[in-house]
Write a protein that binds this ligand. Structure first.
Ligand SMILES: [Zn+2]
Length: 133
């Protein structure tokens, strides 16, 4: 009966495309706790999270600016996750907050806190997305 353990471990690799409301809620709750923890712990660990921005000399002032920007990102993400939980309670979860269109399951599986459909998301990130089309 040892083989059963192996099977369940292998099964973890694939994220299910459709999640139940309860699972989504728990995921969002976990994400919130993580974000709150990151926001509370200020200090050098912020630099590892923004490794892509290290071309500039890491002067003290620069580091502070990066830290604040990182903080802003965390706070924005926290708001996103909170909004997603609100939509879950309202029954509006899974729809684009901008145009009301249903957001694809694949997209929700990749990021359960996503609030915009792919079209609206692209129109807010045109500079980033235009190259991939
Ligand atoms: Zn939309």
């Amino acid at each position: 009966m040892d083989g059963i353990l192996l099977q369940t471990v292998e099964g973890l690799g694939d994220a299910p495309l459709v999640r139940t409301g309860c699972e989504i809620w728990e995921w969002l709750q976990g994400e919130k706790e993580e974000l709150a923890h990151d926001l509370l712990s200020e200090g050098p660990l912020c630099q590892t999270a923004v490794s892509g921005v290290q071309e500039a000399e890491a002067s003290e002032e620069n580091g502070r600016e990066i830290e604040w920007r990182h903080r802003g990102q965390l706070e924005a993400r926290l708001r996103e996750v909170n909004d997603a939980q609100d939509r879950l309670l309202d029954g509006a979860y899974g729809r684009c907050t901008d145009c009301g269109v249903e957001i694809g399951n694949k997209r929700l599986a990749a990021d359960p806190a996503v609030s915009l459909c792919i079209t609206c998301q692209q129109s807010t990130e045109t500079e980033v997305m235009c190259c991939s089309l």
